[in-house]
Design a protein. Structure first.
Lengths: 293, 413
């Protein structure tokens, strides 16, 4: 029983990591109706920026907001330079662009910082709390708490501010928004900036646990996709719940379903994506797409 | 086709005249593709980018040694070594075309120290069919030495993983005879090679001593669930047969995440000091950690006055991107030393066949970068160049050598 509980707890902890990146994916989906395959790599790059700042003697608590601002600006620049020229192109073109961007950012980080893993400072102790023999580390709790905080901010922004409303309108009804005077193109850029900043939070939270190196987010992004799809790709709450479910499922499936073991964890993640797309295409928290024909 | 004929004839005529000139000088040495009177061309593929790019520095360190030999000794027997390094990103799909490029376009004399088990396996058949030496591949898979007879143009250098695991088995039997063992291993040839060595080494005790085996996939975010299972299985001794990143994660998780203090055996792939430091920073207690070594550790103060270490530091200064304390760099310099040794021994008979003959059956070298007493040896019936290693334990800031060299030569059939 204790082992089962420990597996659940460590699944929740790992799920928190998936959730934090899934939030950024959801945000960009809300902003422009597509998934950004470069999200993980952008988060990794932002984390390296934070690492460099801390390494030059800046305190973590100053480097953190500075990195968020830089990531926000970087996201906007990327949208303006790379995405805008292809704005009216088919979705597939944009997806391929984000894939290319992922490779480019990964190579760039490797070129600048090399591939040897580095430790990244964490505001939380590496130690863990003992809950009757089941342990959960402060860092994992930190990831979950910060993800919850980001979730709250994203929710408030999207649902309770004019900017959020304009953002969603620009993504889903660009023509109508344009007629109403919304600067659609800049709204998309804003969405990229926000997603980039949320990704940066994720990167800085998970780097102490996963170790910082250019490929840090590559294993995470698939699970983050699974989390986002499971939760309903439009729903920030869904992303967090989806992340936790994926984390726990992967852990338990690996331990208790014969034949899965540690070998097929990724397959379980992909299986979740496929199953959700077949059984409930809108995810747990997504709304069914209604289209008048 | 017909239109090409004049061109072909011209080339043929040119070649004939070149041949005639060559005949006129009558070189005293017998040579091969990739050798001129003053140069030797070697090629390699390494992971300069991608998931395993931490190893990429090995190629640069090797080049640093060749530069050292070229500058300070005028090359080997008057020939300077040119080393062409291509980046395969640790991806066999790239290793194949890049190796073909090196062999067919660049016309290298030999491939040297290609990195990775799967990547090098993907070109083994090609290089053997072309009779191009695939020397001292940078992987500890047991197959290189074991299957030499069916691939006589391929040879590795470092101790095989199975030999290393057998040393752990000996150490456990001697020091922890009542151990209850749990193994974490990567679910590929690499992890299974280690597991087999451990199982073989424990002999008939294996089934009672090994309580649980948990594998992880390279694509997993972390091996935390597997470690939780191992703790749940009640083992008191953990073997980590894992690459650096999951190893660091494991060491940290065992202490900080599970409040657990098992005896830990750590495979040499992940024991460079820089990784141990990272594990400590991530919260690992690093108590009772055992591994093995065969190369001098640049960060170990006991080698401060050592001639080999002084030479290493002088050599590695030729590489501006190489971190002098990175264990991979002294590995690169050490294996390049053996390569130069082989070319030197070939003397005036510098052919691919002779190089292979020397490397695979006539090596008997004391390498200044390896632990004292280690002999790099091959014979007509033994093709594992390095088979001696020494147990090391972590002493807070560095590895401490324990006991004496353990020789596993002849144990792997």
């Amino acid at each position: 029983m204790q082992e089962f509980l420990q597996l659940v707890v460590s699944g929740i902890a790992t799920g928190g990591i998936f959730a934090s990146l899934a939030l950024a994916l959801v945000l960009i989906y809300n902003a422009m109706g597509l998934v950004n395959f470069a999200q993980g790599e952008m988060a990794m790059l932002a984390t390296f920026v934070a690492y460099s700042l801390v390494n030059r003697g800046m305190s973590f608590w100053i480097a953190f907001p500075v990195t968020l601002v830089l990531a926000f600006g970087g996201g906007i620049v990327i949208q303006r330079v790379v995405i805008k020229p292809a704005e009216r192109a088919p979705v597939l073109t944009l997806v391929i662009i984000t894939l290319g961007l992922a490779t480019l950012v990964n190579g760039l980080a490797g070129f600048i910082w090399g591939y040897v893993p580095r430790s990244f400072p964490s505001p939380f102790s590496p130690d863990s709390v003992d809950l009757a023999g089941v342990f959960i580390s402060y860092r994992d709790l930190g990831v979950i708490a910060v993800s919850g905080l980001v979730l709250l901010c994203v929710y408030l922004l999207l649902q309770h501010t004019t900017v959020g409303l304009t953002l969603r309108a620009a993504a889903h009804h660009p023509e109508a928004s344009r007629l109403l005077g919304v600067q659609v193109s800049w709204m998309l850029a804003l969405g990229w900036g926000l997603a980039s900043a949320v990704g940066a939070v994720s990167g800085m939270m998970v780097a102490p646990i996963l170790l910082l190196e250019p490929n840090m987010m590559q294993t995470i992004i698939i699970y983050a996709f699974a989390a986002a799809v499971l939760g309903g790709i439009e729903s920030p709450l869904g992303a967090v719940v989806g992340g936790l479910i994926v984390g726990v499922t992967v852990n338990l499936a690996g331990s208790y379903i014969p034949g899965v073991g540690g070998d097929l964890q990724l397959a379980v993640g992909l299986g979740i994506i496929v199953a959700v797309l077949i059984l409930r295409p809108n995810g747990l928290f997504g709304r069914a797409a209604v289209r008048r024909v | 086709m017909g239109r090409k004929a004049p061109g072909f004839a011209a080339v043929a005529a040119f070649l004939l005249s070149v041949g005639a000139c060559g005949g006129g000088i009558t070189p005293t040495t017998q040579t091969d593709v990739g050798i001129t009177s003053n140069s030797i061309l070697l090629g390699t593929t390494n992971a300069l980018s991608g998931a395993a790019a931490a190893y990429g520095t090995i190629a640069n360190a090797e080049n640093a040694y060749f530069t050292h030999v070229n500058n300070n000794q005028g090359g080997v027997n008057g020939r300077k070594i040119t080393f062409k390094i291509l980046d395969d990103g640790y991806n066999p799909a790239q290793t194949v075309p890049l190796t073909k490029q090196l062999v067919e376009q660049d016309q290298v004399f030999a491939m040297f120290s290609g990195l990775g088990t799967q990547t090098q396996t993907s070109v083994r058949e090609y290089l053997n069919s072309k009779k191009v030496p695939q020397l001292f591949v940078a992987t500890g898979a047991t197959t290189w030495g074991k299957d030499f007879n069916s691939n006589q143009w391929t040879l590795s250098w470092q101790p095989p993983y199975q030999g290393e695991a057998r040393i752990y088995a000996k150490d456990v039997l001697a020091n922890h005879p009542n151990a209850s063992i749990g193994v974490l291993y990567q679910n590929d040839d690499y992890g299974q090679d280690y597991l087999k060595g451990l199982t073989d080494g424990l002999g008939d005790k294996a089934s009672t001593m090994i309580k649980d085996k948990e594998s992880y996939d390279v694509t997993a975010a972390n091996p935390f669930a597997q470690l939780t299972k191992l703790k749940g299985a009640g083992v008191d001794t953990v073997f980590l047969f894992s690459t650096p990143k999951p190893t660091i994660q494991s060491l940290a998780f065992i202490t900080a995440g599970l409040h657990w203090e098992p005896t830990i055996y750590l495979n040499s792939v992940s024991n460079p000091q820089v990784y141990m430091g990272l594990a400590a920073k991530s919260g690992a207690a690093l108590k009772n950690v055992t591994s093995v070594g065969y190369i001098k550790d640049p960060t170990d103060p006991q080698w401060a006055g050592d001639e080999g270490m002084k030479l290493y530091k002088q050599v590695i200064a030729n590489c501006s991107t190489c971190n002098v304390n990175d264990g991979f760099n002294i590995y690169g310099v050490a294996v390049a030393y053996t390569m130069v040794d082989v070319i030197k021994q070939a003397g005036s008979n510098l052919t691919r066949a002779n190089i292979m003959k020397i490397a695979s059956s006539q090596l008997n070298e004391s390498n200044p970068f390896l632990l004292p007493g280690i002999k790099v040896t091959t014979t007509s019936s033994d093709h594992f160049p390095i088979m001696q290693e020494q147990v090391i334990t972590w002493a807070g800031t560095g590895w401490k050598l324990q006991g004496s060299l353990i020789d596993e030569r002849g144990t792997i059939k």
